[in-house]
Design a protein around this ligand. Structure first.
Ligand code: CO8
Length: 256
């Protein structure tokens, strides 16, 4: 299967499994990712999603260029909308996602990683939005999500030159949360393990509030924060967290 979804303890693991084409995203694979993310949204007993690519060479080399070439224009527009809507699902999942970038992440591959909540990279990871070299521009969210992470000037430079961004630079400019040596899957579990013991709905409120920061005015953002922090305050988990503080014990959250 070109997209595999399995459960591994507290985690759902989504693997792009088309290593012979460096996990390139055909339209059918985008559809598979969308369906897999719907399944993740319905999973009851997971606390985070890990996203990775099969093989040791690539996370994902982007949209399938051979397929893109042969599509009529109307399908291309639908293709961009499909990619955008599938990747947007990552932002509305009830759990956070961590992209484990284990090699090339080009074009749609970088955009998939950008749509995840967090990104970890192996030292050989190489990011890029090389669409300009194909006479294209990014179509699966890159022009919008990259500047939100690294700033407009750097995003424009990366997109307009199509240049590669190696792992160490990606970490320096905030494109990835960390570069990790060794077992990237274990690093992903350890990274997510730093937040998965907290209340899931409250983590979701935090994600929703921060994700809106790049979209709205400060005034509107503060209103969103006030609403979401009030929702958090009303949970039984907030009651438990504050009681545990006073009673000098570890809080036991129940995701409600
Ligand atoms: N699409 C299709 N096939 C691919 C892709 C791809 N994106 N990337 C690699 N492959 C295939 C190769 O064709 C090759 O297959 P074959 O053996 O049958 O020839 C196999 O994967 C291995 O690749 P290489 O031999 O090229 O491996 P190298 O190690 O020499 O090079 C690279 C690795 C540098 C990653 C190179 O493969 C490469 O440059 N790939 C293309 C990267 C790229 O340009 N990605 C951006 C694509 S465009 C995009 O993602 C968004 C477009 C906007 C869409 C909007 C819709 C309207």
């Amino acid at each position: 299967m070109p997209v595999e979804l399995k459960k591994d303890g507290d985690f759902a693991v989504l693997t792009l499994n088309r290593p012979e084409a460096l996990n390139a995203l055909s339209f059918s694979i985008l559809g598979d990712i969308g369906r897999a993310l719907d399944e993740v949204a319905a999973m009851k007993d997971i606390r985070a999603l890990l996203v990775t690519g099969a093989g040791d060479k690539a996370f994902c080399a982007g949209a399938d260029i051979k397929e893109l070439r042969n599509r009529p224009l109307i399908d291309q527009k639908r293709g961009a909308e499909l990619g955008q809507s599938v990747f947007a699902k990552l932002g509305t999942l009830p759990v956070a996602s961590v992209a484990l970038v284990n090699g090339y992440a080009f074009g749609g591959g970088s955009e998939l990683a950008l749509a995840c909540t967090f990104r970890l990279a192996s030292p050989n990871a190489i990011f890029g939005l090389p669409e300009i070299k194909l006479g294209l521009i990014p179509g699966y969210g890159g022009t919008q999500r990259l500047p939100r992470l690294v700033g407009e000037g750097r995003a424009l430079e990366i997109i307009m030159t199509g240049r590669n961004v190696k792992a160490d630079e990606a970490e320096r400019i905030g494109l990835v949360n960390a570069v990790v040596e060794g077992d990237l899957m274990q690093a992903g579990r350890d990274f997510a393990g730093k937040f998965t013991r907290y209340s899931l709905p409250v983590l979701e409120f935090a994600r929703r509030a921060v994700q809106r920061a790049g979209d709205v005015t400060l005034e509107e953002g503060l209103r969103i924060e006030a609403d979401l922090s009030t929702l958090a305050y009303r949970t039984a988990d907030a009651e438990e967290g504050m009681a545990a503080f006073e009673e000098k014990r570890k809080a036991e959250f129940r995701d409600g």
